[in-house]
Design a protein around this ligand. Structure first.
Ligand code: R5P
Length: 290
């Protein structure tokens, strides 16, 4: 049984990297039947290779929404080609942060996605979840792969002296990176006032004259990292690098992030901040299950 990698349009470079890491072939996909696509903007997919009897790894981030539709189409296309096994690899699991019904009448979005995406799939891999409990929404084996070794590799080359977790949720990530890099770390206590605004409890940090990396799972509006960076600069940090596995950069994130000397994210969501790849992490996780 040969492993073959198919990727949705958000995840082509990452899919190629995973294929390379596995020594597998990368199967091309067409996204337009006619140049320019359908006039009404609807998606089209066609998997262009033969995967009959093969072990297919389908890679696609579920953000933004159009990519979810594309993934549903890709799943159908892949299954129609009769592979023997389908692994769904979701580099960034969009909607995973709505992991509960916070208010009566709300959709439990993470479960909705899990239910629909797992049809005809044998196993799921994803990364950097806000709450790993969402894996339980899948009825098939579902694993979270850590992207922090990739963050750690990147920081090793950036000559960092100190690692900061901007909130409790980031502690497990910052700790993993700091321990890998053999650097000291600390944390801030964050309170979220609304989707765009956060505040920190005052705290003295040992960062004067240092090159500091703020490590988080995701940068979304940039509010968390920008405020942490301001605090670090106010306390004398010489250089502030914000590093996350997932870079969403919504709203005016880039304006806020101007306070950082550097912003880096992985290729789970391609952007101008994509500076390192998590392909080795995903390739190793897939290899371990074969
Ligand atoms: C929250 O718990 C996460 O770890 C991130 O800190 C948060 O999602 C970042 O969001 P934003 O960039 O909008 O502050």
């Amino acid at each position: 049984m040969r492993v073959k990698v198919v990727a949705g349009s958000t995840s082509v470079p990452l899919g190629r990297g995973i294929a390379k890491g596995l020594g597998a072939s990368f199967v091309e996909t067409a996204y337009e039947k006619h140049p320019g696509g359908f006039p009404d903007g609807e998606r089209y997919v066609r998997v262009l290779g033969d995967v009959v009897g093969d072990d297919v790894v389908l890679v696609q981030t579920t953000h933004p929404d159009t990519k979810i539709v594309e993934l549903l189409l890709l799943l159908d296309a892949v299954r129609s080609l009769e592979p023997s096994r389908v692994s769904l690899l979701i580099p960034y699991f969009g909607y995973a942060r709505q992991d509960k019904r916070f208010e009566q009448g709300e959709a439990l979005s993470a479960r909705v996605l899990a239910n629909h995406l797992q049809m005809g799939v044998d196993e799921v891999f994803t990364m950097g979840l806000h709450n790993p409990e969402v894996l339980k929404f899948f009825d098939i084996p579902a694993r979270e792969v850590s992207g922090m070794p990739a963050v750690g590799r990147y920081l090793m080359d950036r000559d960092i002296d100190f690692v900061l977790a901007p909130d409790d949720g980031a502690v497990r990530h910052a700790k993993e990176v700091a321990e890998t890099a053999g650097k000291p770390w600390d944390r801030l206590q964050k309170t979220r006032l609304d989707s765009y605004t956060v505040k920190f409890e005052p705290k003295r940090l040992d960062v004067r004259g240092k090159r500091v990396a703020i490590v988080d799972d995701v940068i979304s509006t940039g509010g968390t990292v920008a405020l942490a960076a301001k605090e670090l600069k106010a306390q004398g940090a010489r250089h502030v690098l914000a590093a996350a596995v997932h870079g969403l950069f919504t709203a005016n994130a880039w304006d806020k992030l101007a306070v950082c000397d550097e912003v880096a994210a992985s290729d789970t969501i391609p952007s101008r901040a994509t500076k390192f790849s998590v392909a080795p992490e995903f390739a190793a996780a897939i290899r371990a299950t074969r």
